[in-house]
Design a protein. Structure first.
Length: 163
């Protein structure tokens, strides 16, 4: 299923420049042009239409306008809204998420409402917020994500952690 939306990802999401397919040895370039390093802390909005990989901390919004990919690595933190066409989340996001094609890995921790067209979540992923399977279009913006956080729409799915 993941190959349909994320054909260039094979297992670990760590590579930035290229991903090698272990089956045939071919290498495919990943569409990542902006990297927030593991020791970096960025305050403000990070935006790049070609793709963003976050290994460190972003205190603010992350926006990938075009067909680029957002990767939030294991151990990475985004404290703000996320807007992207495609995203793979393995780290922590504290804010609203608006993504067309979303993959949530087992190490992910998301606190905030999610709006998506398609989602795939691995066992162990923690999501605290409302999930809404709505179409995400080009006209969507970070402002719209923030408005969605405050709207009083009835939730379609509510996840709660069971003790």
């Amino acid at each position: 299923m993941f190959k349909r939306f994320f054909p260039f990802l094979r297992g670990n999401v760590a590579p930035v420049e290229a991903s090698q397919d272990p089956a045939d040895g071919t290498t495919t370039e990943l569409p990542i042009k902006t990297l927030v390093g593991a020791q970096s802390v960025i305050e403000g909005t990070v935006s790049d239409p070609l793709g963003v990989k976050v290994d460190g901390t972003v205190k603010g919004s992350v926006k990938v306008d075009g067909d680029g990919l957002l990767i939030v690595s294991k151990g990475a933190v985004i404290d703000g809204s996320v807007l992207a066409k495609r995203a793979v989340i393995a780290g922590s996001v504290k804010g609203q998420v608006l993504v067309s094609q979303l993959r949530v890995l087992s190490s992910a921790r998301i606190e905030g409402n999610l709006r998506y067209a398609t989602i795939a979540a691995e066992d162990g992923a923690q999501i605290r917020g409302l999930l809404s399977d709505e179409k995400v279009g080009e006209a969507d913006s970070l402002e719209k994500v923030q408005k969605l956080a405050t709207r009083d729409a009835a939730p379609r799915v509510r996840l709660q952690q069971v003790s």
